[in-house]
Design a protein around this ligand. Structure first.
Ligand code: M6R
Length: 625
């Protein structure tokens, strides 16, 4: 979703803004723009273009043609108003007295627009953001603080209190040279101190945009305001009081956010899954009295609290929700606690009754998904204990949950999640083993068996990657297909949902995931000669049922690709193609089963010549509702 960059310092701003925006491209966008203030002429130059950032690069000679040492930049993912140069950010008031870039949605923009029009303001775009720009202009004009700084902070504060919705803002005032302001409510913003040639300060929606200049950042919290210049970084509360916040040091390797020789981020990230799973699991599997044990101290859950849990509620969106469905199956099987998974976007408006003793597990790669954040707040409000499984350190969900279990997948850039999903599964398995052993729902021998299987899981995922050439061949054959069905039972149904989502989002092929036993209740009428059906058969207790399910679709003309770890002649006969999966504990089979499904989606999208890492209409981090 929209990306913001701001810079004030000793170097030319435009190349830094463009470089930062490039690093935020993964978030998804349809237009881009920058505003740079030339201190000598007091002129703010605004350049905007529809389409890829390269266009803006060409228009500005990579930024070299724009003079000035402070500015803001933006990649826009359209919400209000079509993608166009006019609707692209920055937006500004008359004579560019106030220039802003915005990530989020201003919900009451129409009301603000009407009010401002009555006061003589004129609007030139269809965006909600222009209402925020003009409202800030109006507030700034009405402020009579002691200093420009005080006026600006008070005007921003007044504007923030009036705006409803979510926003991260980057702001320039025409009469404040070499200063950039920022403010946030429910949309992320980090501010970093740059050293070296770019000496100064930089702000952005996400860390990759600042990593070339700094590793020392402050995460802005909700309803905070920042002011950056070459030499200073000031942060204010919504009461306009100066506050001090600790700098955090980013430890990632900048290379981790580069393609490293792969054609796309997605295929690189698929290959990084063994490491993501190992790094998530290994620090939390320790040796106690000669046997492996879980160490989940970071969840803050005492053994007594664990014994009192009555229900576990897994919440997320998209793939994170699919991981939650696996969490349900594994936790119920091992810990014997009733569990359910909810889509965050549904939970927030469902007024679900709260069961005392519910542990709410929020799952999110970005930690910034608007629906998941709102669901987290709701669960907290209702008195639930909340545990976040999050990949991005310091993100909103990580900060607001009672406790965090970080996944260690590293930065994930491709819009289609792969390694973060796998790391989420790993964290959920660990949690399930931990809860079940602390509740004495499994024996020490079972625990040992499960933890040994987890320790070997990265190797199994690596083995599953070994099938990629066969999968690529298969993908090339089926790249032109129109509909695909994924069928499975139990944990395989959750796996199928993830496989189907991967295919849909990057190949634009219609696909559905069905519980295999449910197909005959309606959807089987869609199966015709040549329909591709992917059957997942990793669960021994329903293996025979899956054979029947596959036979049912086969006899109606389907072409079946089966996935199984079980070498069984009956499956080989029933299906047209089989992909053998490495054997693991059946409860952890989604982790190996997902690999061929990710590869299939990837190679089909490549064969169709699509933009794999940045599929149409999608954003990496969905920070609006
Ligand atoms: O950052 P989050 O994990 O909260 O994101 C949730 C979904 O938006 C995300 O999983 C989405 O479904 C992916 N694009 C799927 O590949």
């Amino acid at each position: 979703m929209c990306g913001i960059v701001g810079y004030a310092g000793g170097a030319q701003a435009a190349p830094i803004l463009l470089h930062g925006l490039k690093k935020l491209e993964y978030r998804g966008y349809d237009s881009a723009g920058i505003a740079v203030r030339d201190a000598s002429s007091a002129h703010i130059e605004v350049i905007k273009a529809k389409g890829r950032l390269d266009r803006l690069m060409d228009m500005t000679g990579g930024g070299q043609a724009v003079c000035g040492m402070s500015g803001v930049g933006h990649t826009r993912w359209a919400t209000h108003g079509e993608p166009s140069a006019e609707n692209a950010h920055p937006h500004y008031s008359r004579e560019k007295r106030v220039v802003i870039v915005h990530n989020g949605i201003i919900e009451n923009y129409q009301e603000i627009r009407d009010m401002l029009e009555r006061r003589g303001y004129r609007f030139h775009t269809q965006t909600d953001t222009e209402a925020a720009a003009l409202l800030l202009d109006c507030a700034y004009a009405g402020e009579d603080g002691n200093s420009p700084q005080e006026r600006a902070v008070h005007a921003i504060r007044t504007t923030m209190l009036r705006l409803q919705g979510s926003y991260a803002l980057g702001i320039l005032f025409h009469d404040q040279p070499d200063v950039v302001y920022a403010a946030r409510r429910d949309s992320p913003l980090v501010v970093g101190r740059c050293t070296g040639e770019a000496h100064g300060h930089i702000l952005a929606s996400d860390v990759p945009a600042v990593l070339s200049y700094t590793r020392d950042v402050v995460y802005l919290d909700n309803m905070e305001i920042a002011r950056i210049t070459k030499d200073t970084l000031d942060i204010y509360s919504i009461d306009a009081e100066r506050i001090s916040k600790p700098m955090m040091h980013i430890t990632w390797d900048a290379q981790a956010a580069e393609k490293g020789g792969y054609e796309h981020f997605m295929i690189k990230e698929i290959h990084e899954q063994p490491a993501a799973v190992r790094d998530t699991l290994s620090p939390r599997i320790v040796s106690r009295n000669g046997a492996p044990d879980t160490d989940l101290t970071e969840t803050g859950l005492t053994d007594e609290e664990i014994r009192r849990i009555q229900r576990v509620l897994f919440v997320g969106c998209g793939s994170a929700y699919h991981a939650g469905l696996v969490g349900v199956g594994v936790t119920e099987a091992l810990a014997r606690i009733p569990c359910s998974a909810e889509l965050a976007s549904e939970l927030r408006y469902r007024n679900a009754p709260v069961q005392p003793g519910t542990l709410c597990v929020l799952i999110s790669q970005s930690g910034e998904t608007a629906d998941s954040l709102a669901a987290l707040r709701l669960c907290k409000e209702k008195g639930m204990k909340t545990l976040a499984i999050v990949n991005v350190v310091g993100s909103s969900i990580a900060r607001e949950a009672d406790a965090v279990l970080y996944t260690h997948a590293g930065p994930e850039i491709a819009v289609a999640t792969t390694k973060a999903y796998s790391a989420q599964l790993a964290a959920l398995y660990l949690l399930a083993v931990h809860l079940s052993s602390r509740r004495a729902a499994i024996s020490p021998a079972q625990k040992q068996e499960l933890l040994e299987a987890l320790t070997a899981l990265d190797g199994k995922i690596k083995q599953a990657l070994g099938e990629k050439t066969r999968i690529q061949r298969f993908a090339n054959t089926f790249a032109a297909c129109r509909d695909v069905f994924f069928i499975g039972r139990g944990l395989d149904h959750a796996l199928c949902m993830e496989g189907s989502l991967k295919l849909k989002e990057i190949s634009y092929i219609h696909s559905e995931a069905y519980a295999a036993g449910e197909l005959k209740h309606g959807a089987i009428s869609l199966i015709e000669d040549g329909t591709l059906v992917i059957g997942a058969a990793t669960q021994p207790q329903v293996f025979a049922k899956m054979l029947s399910g596959i036979a049912e679709v086969k006899s109606r003309g389907a072409c079946v690709l089966a996935l199984s770890a079980q070498a069984d002649d009956r499956l080989a006969e029933a299906a047209d193609f089989c992909i053998g999966l490495p054997g693991t504990h059946p409860l952890f089979a989604a982790s190996v089963g997902v690999v061929p499904l990710q590869l299939l989606a990837y190679y089909i999208a490549c064969e169709r010549g699509l933009d794999v890492d940045k599929p149409r209409n999608l954003a990496k981090s969905v920070t609006v509702e």
